[in-house]
Design a protein around this ligand. Sequence first.
Ligand SMILES: NC(=O)c1ccc[n+]([C@@H]2O[C@H](COP(=O)([O-])OP(=O)(O)OC[C@H]3O[C@@H](n4cnc5c(N)ncnc54)[C@H](O)[C@@H]3O)[C@@H](O)[C@H]2O)c1
Length: 596
Amino acid sequence: MAREFTRVGVVGLGTMGAGIVEVFARNGVDVTAVEISEAALERGRVTLTGSTDRAVAKGKLAEAERDALLARVDFRVGLDALHDVDLVIEAVPEHLDLKQRIFAELDRVCKPEAILATNTSSLSVTEISVATTRPNQVIGIHFFNPAPVMKLVEVVRTVVTSADVVADVEALCERLGKVDVTISDRAGFIANALLFGYLNHAVGMFEARYATREDIDAAMKLGCGLPMGPLALMDLIGLDTAYEILDTMYRRGGRDRRHAPAPLLKQMVTAGLLGRKSGRGFYTYERPGSPKVVPDEYTPPAGDAALADGARAIAKVGVVGSGTMATGIIEVFAKAGYEVISVTRGAEKSAKVCEAVKTSLNKGVVRGKLSETDRDAALGRITWSATLDHLADVDLVVEAVIEELSVKKALFASLDEICKPGVVLATTTSSLPVIDVAMATQRPADVIGLHFFNPAPIMPLVEIVRTIRTSAETSATARAVCATLGKTGVVCGDRSGFIVNALLFPYLNDAVRMLEASYSTADDIDYAMKLGCGYPMGPFELLDVVGLDVSLAIQRELYLELREPGFAPAPLLEHLVTAGYLGRKSGRGFRDHTRR
Ligand SMILES: NC(=O)c1ccc[n+]([C@@H]2O[C@H](COP(=O)([O-])OP(=O)(O)OC[C@H]3O[C@@H](n4cnc5c(N)ncnc54)[C@H](O)[C@@H]3O)[C@@H](O)[C@H]2O)c1
């Protein structure tokens, strides 16, 4: 017979605890909610009522339901109140000694048959369990932030957790409307093991002034469809909690330098900048606990005027290339009202690109996103050519030819001879150093990277890559152009992977390593990232879409440039590529796509 969970206890009503109380009370379970002091208890109560009031305001919860929910919660100071609960979930700060002390005390206070669970993100559940006389009844129940919203729960089974305890907790998760993945006790479990290296890397980028906080966050939201950027997520998690998680993962997870907390984090925690909960972290919030960001001294000035400061006027744009990216970029510029000269390597290629642009514009018309007049006007703005000489009087050239340095360098040398002074020369390279192509010209100050994402007409992001020789005027021009295209331009330095690929691919590579180590399955890892972190696709789904060969090439570049041991491509990824399993395009990658 499965255990009945009629009353549960939650210890610690901070960021996570208050949310966990809400999850139980919403699902008809009585809760004893425990804090260390009256003041902390009151803060927890305010968090819970704030959250349920917001749910009522949004029409997600009826007032009567809210009242019933709140009536199920008994707020108490001190662990003694937990003598009659069937299950306790501990959500106090991420310190092993504190958790061990609490578990020893819970063991003394709680009924012999009660299950004792920790919500730890990175500490060893096994080490916590041995502080009790019932380690077989100790388990990890790792909720995600915000607990009432995120669907995933990681159930962490130690080597001594009883099978019936695991089964009962899994059944309970289902009753709470959650999806659980059950895994063994390893630092960071699935989601945090994949998430925190990425978050720490983003903090490192910000710390090195590689890009602004707004640009790092916008890049990951718009380039990867993530629900929030990494720095905003750090603020939500809490910088003190994030610091402890990273520190524990570093020590438990093989001293991977990528988990050594960025020095800035420690400084911010010491300075009391803990994120949303203290009203200030990477961003400034309306008040402590508020999700609303307010402007501060680092907020960039709003509006196009600021963008255009020092920008050159651009009316005529040359696009060189005939592939997927060039085709999309021609369409983007023509639709935005620019006069476009497309240069390919021959009339046949031009005809193909022209056809592709027409097809894409027609799709826009069919979908009601573009009028026939606007389509015809866009097409009318494009001139088709096979001669670079036609670019003599354009204001901007966007190069999107094959990803080979020698080809790009030769092209830029020719453009240098042909184009008028004052032209901005842009490359769409996604992996080559922009400075290499810039130095093929006599005017490196006018050269910049404009990294569009595929498909260019749809993806809202452009990475604007400044080399150490790019002039402020050229950068301002690139930013102004992106704004007129309706794209968000994020400015970054000229380093392998720019922002998005540098943050994305090591995470994908880590997922492959996790699979390779047989810690979990591709399905569970995909679930964990989608349901725990709100990612639009799991890492294996995404790898199959992007192509394993492309992913491997990017990961190799990152490894070669940054020499970070943790960036070494996962052997499994190399083997799959060697075997011809390249993802959807070859019918098989991590999954078999021929049978679906
Ligand atoms: N923040 C996240 O995004 C997140 C997500 C999943 C899991 N976790 C884990 O959840 C746990 C709690 O993290 P948090 O971010 O909610 O921390 P927090 O600092 O926001 O809250 C911790 C709460 O515990 C209380 N507390 C401290 N000592 C106590 C005691 N002896 N008895 C009762 N209450 C006590 C504090 O007063 C505070 O309210 C950690 O193990 C963390 O790793 C955090």
